[in-house]
Write a protein that binds this ligand. Structure first.
Ligand code: ATP
Ligand code: IP8
Length: 249
């Protein structure tokens, strides 16, 4: 089973609020559809897609001062952020459906919460049932109820980590706007510790309330299974079973 994140930075134009990068989303949807037509061994038990926000969630979250730790009790803020993410989710679903990928939505706002410690609690019975029934569940970064804080942001990356752990994913892929984790010499092939790459890791260049590349690498290092970070050019080969870009061990 594969958990794949389509980065918000890939499928949207992060410089402009609520603007889709339709060509990039088409390319990603083409790669997913082709891979499902002739599935590699690791796709035999299905595919879960998670997408990020890009210009669809981060602007609203930033405007309302909401992050993964700073919450809100303002229902308007929640509607704005969740609404923007559902709009992007509808675009992703429709591009997949156009290619006969049996994509169905799972909205984290209605499915999970954060506890008093800020830990994400995400039941996955609906995801496993949908997988077993042959669907491709599509989740997304979202706003989520948070005990003692109102509601905070949950990033697509956090959802990937949570799903990969509870569903015991064989492979994890993060398709981003960069071809991998970069240092001065180019793409870093393998990453085994945060300290080894800390100096080159930064935040996202665009409006991003969830921490950019540094948070991504830190979260993936905590996983049992290896995870790959790659660009759109690497998506088809990742789904075919290779490890393009950077592998986080
Ligand atoms: N060492 C690095 N190597 C590669 N990218 C880096 C590095 N340091 C910082 N970055 C930034 O991290 C960004 C990728 O993180 P970002 O969170 O924007 O990606 P995403 O997951 O694709 O998007 P989103 O969070 O909207 O879903 C790159 O576009 C780049 O600006
Ligand atoms: C609602 C928001 C800001 C979504 C965050 O998800 P991410 O783009 O994966 O960090």
């Amino acid at each position: 089973m594969i958990v794949l994140k389509l980065g918000g930075s890939v499928i949207t134009d992060k410089e402009r609020a609520e603007t889709l990068d339709g060509d990039a989303l088409d390319r990603a949807a083409d790669a997913v559809a082709a891979a499902l037509e002739t599935p590699s061994e690791s796709l035999a038990d299905g595919l879960v897609v998670v997408h990020g926000g890009g210009s669809f969630g981060h602007y609203n979250a930033s405007e309302h001062g909401v992050s993964t730790t700073a919450g809100t009790h303002d229902p308007t803020a929640i509607h704005d952020i969740h609404g923007a993410m559902k709009t992007l989710n509808a675009f992703v679903l429709s591009r997949l459906l156009e290619r006969e990928v049996p994509a169905v939505p799972v909205h984290p706002f209605s499915a999970g919460h954060r506890d008093e410690e800020g830990e994400l609690q995400l039941p996955t019975g609906q995801v496993t049932t949908l997988l077993e029934e042959g669907f491709v569940p599509v989740l997304h970064g979202d706003v989520i109820g948070h005990a003692g804080q109102g509601a905070t942001i949950v990033s697509g990356d956090e959802l990937v980590v949570e799903l990969a752990t509870s569903l015991e994913a064989d492979r994890i892929g993060l398709c981003s706007t960069v071809p991998g984790v970069l240092d001065d010499d180019g793409v870093i092939d393998r990453i085994e510790s945060y300290e080894a790459v800390e100096d080159v890791l930064g935040e996202s260049e665009a409006t991003d309330v969830t921490g950019g590349m540094a948070a991504k690498v830190q979260a993936l290092l905590a996983l049992e299974a290896d995870a790959s970070i790659f660009g759109l050019d690497g998506l088809a080969s990742f789904l075919d079973g290779t490890e393009p870009g950077s592998t986080i061990e």
